[in-house]
Ligand binder design. Structure first.
Ligand SMILES: NC(=O)c1ccc[n+]([C@@H]2O[C@H](COP(=O)([O-])OP(=O)(O)OC[C@H]3O[C@@H](n4cnc5c(N)ncnc54)[C@H](OP(=O)(O)O)[C@@H]3O)[C@@H](O)[C@H]2O)c1
Length: 428
């Protein structure tokens, strides 16, 4: 094979950067692949927009590209669940390797697509699906293969990290989000980012890879950053913590894997606490390698294209050499997921309470009933509205106990409202 002909599905933010790099870096990429890489044809919705391809290479029929007889390798960059899933399925069924950046399809349909790829003896690669330009999938698959991964904590949504970084400087969530949109870090509809949907999709992919746990995003505990107040970040800072939206996976003592996405306080000396703005980072602990961290640009056309093209080069190289695709690895029995109610964490509560004697006695009684130890307390005198604010940092307790305590704290005669409950992560 002298040329690998690429069919591109989608020429948007990432697809455009991929197409441009294939043209402008043709020599470098072809040398790396050991074969000439040619952008054969591409599918878009709107044929009138300027693209780095000739008009005759473009079509509005993505299925025609996915199954074209003159395409050797399909790069899916349309995004979303459908028609991307159907297009990938058709390409794989037609015996064509697929490279994708599509976390949504992989999170919900990854195992089925991987099975089809294996049946057809072709590759399905997805380096760009998590962490944009950060090499993650290949290191987890290959470089850390000798390790049993014990823990993975990640900042994998740049929009939320940007917003929280600004909230740490005192901005409200609404103001910080408006700035993120102005700077191009947040979509016009940021729902999936703010509600943790995007991070849960990505965590699902990482959990399968790092822990061999079967899961769909629906099985993961998910909580976004809506409702957070800059006051929470300020109180956290007083006690040496930084607030992040974290994707967390950890292997429990019995082998079950906890997997969750939610805002969490991290000790300020943890490497992830220093990841600011739209940056992403994944901190992984292996039993042999210890802690390692991958960080960089989690989004953006060029950064994501870098990861897409790494996959393209790998696939093209194998096609050029005529090498067979390695069969799927034997990863052993799948690990079960630990129910969230059994996950144990430290916790932060912020309460608005009446400024009357005996408030603390009531609060500590509730915590004691649920065997929750109190680590630190901050109390603020009543403000203009007459309510005092009490902040509690607890020791670790099961989620079920923390949730029950929250409900009881809300019912106390002295409590005006439970303003926040945020989990707290430890350094290790
Ligand atoms: N953007 C990032 O920074 C980033 C980072 C990591 C991963 N990703 C992933 O990369 C993928 C692409 O994202 P993106 O930001 O590049 O998306 P995008 O800018 O919205 O581009 C989507 C492209 O697909 C085309 N398209 C959509 N529906 C189509 C259809 N039915 N038939 C033919 N073409 C269709 C669009 O055509 P028109 O141009 O004509 O509208 C556009 O060219 C997604 O899976 C995303 O999650 C993106």
């Amino acid at each position: 094979m002298k040329t690998v002909r690429i069919g591109l599905l989608g020429v948007g933010t990432v697809g455009h950067a991929v197409a441009r790099a294939l043209l402008e870096r043709h020599d470098v990429l072809s040398r790396a692949a050991g074969v000439s890489l040619h952008l054969q044809r591409a599918a878009v919705r709107d044929l009138t927009r300027p693209r780095p391809l000739a008009r005759e290479q473009l079509t509005t029929d993505p299925m025609a590209v996915a199954t074209a007889s003159d395409v050797d390798l399909v790069v899916e960059l349309i995004g979303g669940e459908e028609p991307a899933r159907a297009l990938m399925t058709a390409a794989l069924a037609a015996g064509k390797p697929v490279v994708t950046a599509n976390k949504r399809v992989l999170a919900w349909h990854g195992p089925q697509l991987a099975k089809l790829a294996a049946q057809r003896g072709v590759e399905l690669r997805c380096e760009a699906a998590v962490g944009g330009g950060i090499p993650l999938i290949a290191p987890l698959t290959d470089d850390l293969a000798a390790n049993r991964i014990t823990e993975l904590r990640a900042i994998i949504n740049g929009t939320c990290n940007y917003v929280l970084t600004r909230m740490a400087q005192g901005e409200t969530l609404a103001d910080a989000l408006a700035k993120a949109q102005e700077a191009g870090y947040a979509e016009a509809d940021p729902k999936d980012d703010l509600e943790g949907v995007d991070a849960a999709d990505k965590l699902c992919i990482l959990v399968r890879l790092a822990f061999n746990a079967a899961c769909t995003p629906a099985q993961l505990h998910r909580q976004g950053i809506r409702g957070l107040d800059p006051k929470d970040l300020a109180y956290g800072r007083e006690l040496g913590y930084v607030l992040k939206l974290l994707a967390i996976a950890r292997r429990g003592p019995g082998g079950a894997v906890e997997a969750r996405v939610h805002p969490a306080f991290l000790p300020a000396d943890h490497p992830l606490a220093r990841i600011d703005g739209a940056q992403n980072a994944v901190h992984v602990v292996g039993d042999l390698c210890g802690p390692v961290m991958f960080s960089g640009l989690g989004a953006g056309g060029d950064a994501t294209a870098s990861a897409v093209l790494a996959d393209v080069v790998q696939v093209a190289r194998r096609l050029a050499l005529g090498d067979p695709v390695a069969p799927p690895r034997d990863s052993g029995p799948e690990a079960p997921l630990l129910p969230m109610s059994q996950v144990s964490t430290r916790c932060y509560f912020r309460l608005a309470v009446d400024d009357v004697p005996g408030v603390f006695a009531q609060i500590t009684k509730v915590l004691a009933t649920h065997e929750i130890g109190l680590a630190s307390v901050i109390q603020r005198e009543p403000g203009k509205l007459g309510a005092a604010e009490v902040v509690l940092f607890t020791y670790a307790a099961p989620e079920s106990a923390l949730a029950a305590a929250e409900a009881e704290l809300a019912q106390l005669s002295s409590t005006r409202s439970v303003l926040a409950r945020i989990r707290v992560e430890s350094s290790k």
